[in-house]
Ligand binder design. Structure first.
Ligand SMILES: *Cc1c(COP(=O)(O)O)cnc(C)c1O
Length: 792
């Protein structure tokens, strides 16, 4: 490996060892590891073709990947060899690993799920391809200036991306606008503008390198590079006009998590990657089929949320307009290929396009949507409408065009059936299924937590990494003091690692013996970071008044970005930072409470924080979090959850046992009931002197003395509206936190509870999730023998 690294340094990067910078070494190492994926990758492709295997096509607007060096090295079993080779070359392996920028082509949970699924598909040996967009700028970089979020463009592609292969020969035209020509019953779309989608392939090799799939990300380039005639005439703008659209389409990831922005460019992005992906999979299909009617036997197309929902009309368009199928047959055939994953019930997140806009950008697709609508209404009169009040409802479109629709946790799926899609569920009672989300144990335990994963492997062998339910064997060790000590020593190692990092990056000294209480996720009102910081203030008040009362020292850790246009979320960020500035400088509580909010939460930061957490904050308003996957990562790494009965928290609690989970708050049903009471927030606050005091402090400017009125709006909204019921859950949250304090004082029992979490959440492996999709939705099989038989 050492020779290979040197060869890449020399021949791929054009550097000799004497002049190489850390970037060059990291690239040389990455290219060396990439080489070692090739045999498995080629062999997998060959096997898929040889067996005419049905493939999964996972269409996702986002893939939140993170770094890859360690991930690839670990999957190939090459970490030790790589580390030794790098050391022999006089370099520090850990520094090289840290030099890699995060591939942050996603906002949060939805994009991270897609990345975990890619890892599991490869590990299970399921022939699959991920399709998405190669954004030039991923999710913005967050910084704080005087406590306020500012956004800076993210620049991961300013350096070469080591893992991808550009495929200039894999290119498709994607059109926009124009008109539709109808002639003798045939329709033909003549787009007004065209861009070329070009593929960039990243190999994704699963555990132990047994199988490799492809993540194919599309980049846009202009159809005509530039117009030489105009240029020669001196008309430089006209010469590059066709470049403008191509350059903007893949320029940036929209930073709105669960809020729909309704922008024309966003629609173009969606159609761009969806159309290229459909063309690509059809091209592959026709290499070994000639009857388009066999498509459902060869391709399972999964839509990760409604972002690629235009896949339905696009496929119908190709089947009807290009292959001459009758409209009804085209719709039926397309439906048999398509599955749709719903990710949210929040009304502001459901995509709707104005009919005029969709008709202008995609005129033929609007006609086809009308045909789909007509077919549905003819067959099921009164069915919920796709076209409604001048809008195109992408949720209804995706539902009607999919043979299976899935929710992402048991509770969420029930709510999908009873709320957003209640009427469609009555018409199609077997279409909605549940597939509870999961996380890949390779990244979220093996990779990020070497201290704990080493201990586990010594105890039960290494089979758990590809069969996470083997962790169940650790349940017998909850009564073994020696093992519990070793388990807590691993946690302690991770807490020290984090303490050092916090000192270096935030300039705050934190005590690894304190309870590390962590809430990291996108900032959103429904996730209730506000309730957490209010509780923190209440705790600080009581600690400050009575510092000798035997408090459990805490470090409150926050992380997360707000959408740039989400005003309330940004106020919450500022409040957390303002409160931190006051609390962290209070000499009375300095050994009892610290608040840490490092900027720019991303996958890499999650990998550092989660293994060091004692307490996992999963406190969303019940009924609002579709699943959550952060909750699973924490439990797997031995944190106890304080949480509501929301999303997958419900199932996590069932698996780990109620006695190992700090439950509080209203249930989803109670939330709905409570909302029907006029003035519920005011009534709740009036019953809570503790909360009143906190709100008064904030409103009086205790944390913003330079601008006492800074949070009037935020506080006023809690009294008068409080749509997410912070007020109603506050006291029960506070009391439950004190139960957690008590439990933490008894470290031996805490250790047993924490170990019960790690031992009991094997079911939340994304391998289990993917087996469920393969069986219930895709009807696909592993091409590695024996892989899918494991319990699903
Ligand atoms: C897992 C993960 C998420 C999702 O977290 P939730 O708590 O489920 O919202 C978001 N961002 C990153 C970087 C993650 O790793």
């Amino acid at each position: 490996m050492k020779d290979d690294i040197l060869a890449h340094l020399r021949y791929s990067l054009g550097k000799d060892a004497g002049h190489a910078a850390i970037y060059d070494w990291r690239m040389a190492l990455s290219l060396t590891l990439r080489d070692r994926m090739m045999d498995s990758w080629f062999q997998s492709t060959k096997t898929s073709y040889d067996r005419h295997a049905k493939r999964v096509y996972y269409l996702s607007m986002e893939f939140l990947i993170g770094r890859l060096v360690e991930d690839v090295a670990a999957n190939l079993g090459l970490v030790e060899e790589a580390r030794a080779a790098v050391a022999e070359l006089g370099q520090d392996y850990d520094l090289l690993v840290k030099d890699e920028p995060d591939a942050a082509l996603g906002n949060g949970g939805l994009g991270r799920l897609a990345a975990c699924f890619m890892d599991s598909l490869a590990t299970l040996g399921i022939p699959a391809m991920g399709y998405g967009i190669r954004y030039e700028h991923g999710l913005f970089e967050q910084d704080f200036v005087e406590g306020q979020q500012i956004e800076k463009p993210e620049t991961w592609l300013q350096q070469r991306h080591a893992w991808e292969f550009e495929r200039p020969e894999v290119s498709y035209k994607v059109g926009f606008g124009g008109h539709v020509h109808h002639h003798e019953g045939k329709a033909q779309w003549h787009p007004h503008e065209t861009v070329i989608a070009t593929a960039f392939d990243t190999p994704v090799v699963g555990w132990q390198g047994r199988w490799g799939n492809t993540l194919r990300l599309w980049s846009a380039r202009p159809q005509k590079e530039f117009d030489l005639a105009s240029f020669n005439r001196g008309d430089y703008l006209a010469a590059s006009r066709s470049e403008a659209l191509a350059r903007t389409i893949c320029r940036v990831l929209y930073p709105d998590d669960t809020t729909e922005s309704g922008k024309e460019l966003r629609l173009k992005q969606e159609y761009f990657f969806t159309a290229a992906s459909i063309k690509d999979l059809l091209r592959r299909f026709f290499t070994d089929h000639d009857d388009i009617r066999q498509l459902p036997d060869a391709a399972a197309i999964q839509l990760n949320d409604t972002h690629p929902a235009i896949a339905g009309p696009e496929l119908v368009r190709i089947l009807a307009d290009e292959h001459g199928l009758e409209m009804a047959e085209a719709i039926d055939l397309a439906r048999r290929c398509l599955g749709y994953t719903n990710h949210t019930l929040l009304p502001e997140a459901l995509e709707r396009w104005p009919e005029w806009l969709l008709g202008r950008v995609l005129p033929r697709h609007l006609e086809i949507i009308r045909a789909i609508e007509a077919g549905q209404q003819a067959q099921y009169p009164g069915s919920p409408r796709i076209l409604d009040h001048g809008n195109v409802n992408m949720g209804e479109l995706a539902f009607i065009m999919a043979h299976k629709v899935n929710g992402v946790s048991a509770l969420h799926t029930d709510l999908v059936k009873s709320t957003v899609f209640a009427d469609l569920h009555r018409i199609h009672p077997t279409r909605i299924v549940n597939q509870t989300n999961g996380i890949t144990p390779r990244r979220w335990l093996h990779g990020c937590n070497p201290a704990l994963s080493g201990l586990i492997t010594r105890e039960i062998g290494e089979g758990w990494a590809a069969d996470l339910e083997q962790l169940g064997a650790l349940r017998t060790r909850t009564g073994d003091p020696d093992f519990l000590r070793a388990f807590m020593a691993a946690k302690r190692t991770n807490k020290e690692r984090l303490s050092n990092w916090v000192q270096d990056h935030c300039g705050i000294a934190i005590d690894p013996d304190a309870m590390f209480d962590v809430q990291i996720k996108r900032i959103h009102e429904y996730k209730r970071q506000l309730m957490n910081i209010l509780e923190t203030i209440a705790l600080w008040n009581e600690m400050h008044a009575n510092p000798q009362a035997g408090w459990t020292p805490r470090v409150k850790i926050f992380g997360g970005k707000a959408a740039p246009g989400y005003h309330v979320a940004k106020e919450i960020i500022r409040l957390i930072n303002d409160v931190a500035a006051v609390v962290n400088n209070d000499p009375v509580t300095k050994d009892l409470l610290k608040i840490v909010y490092p900027p720019n939460y991303n996958v890499t930061m999650a990998e550092l924080l989660i293994p060091a957490a004692d307490l996992s904050e999963q406190i969303s308003t019940a009924g609002k979090e579709a699943s959550g996957t952060g909750n699973m990562k924490f439990a797997l790494n031995g944190a106890l959850t304080i949480g509501t009965l929301d999303g997958a928290n419900v199932e996590i609690r069932e698996h780990v046992g109620a006695e190992n989970f700090f439950l509080f708050g209203l249930t989803a049903e109670e939330v709905i009931e409570r909302r029907s009471h006029h003035g519920y927030a005011r009534a709740a606050i009036e019953q809570s002197p503790r909360m009143q005091k906190v709100l008064a402090q904030i409103a009086e400017g205790r944390f913003s003395p330079q601008e006492p009125g800074r949070y009037h709006g935020l506080v006023g909204n809690l009294w008068d509206h409080d749509h997410f019921l912070v007020s109603c859950d506050f006291d029960s949250y506070f009391d439950t936190q004190r139960r957690a304090d008590e439990a933490f004082k008894h470290q031996a029992t805490w250790a047993a509870m924490a170990l019960s979490n790690t031992a009991s959440v094997g079911w939340f492996s994304s391998d289990r999730t993917i087996r469920g999709y393969a069986r219930d939705i895709w009807n696909v099989h592993s091409a590695i023998d024996g892989q899918l038989e494991q319990s699903a």
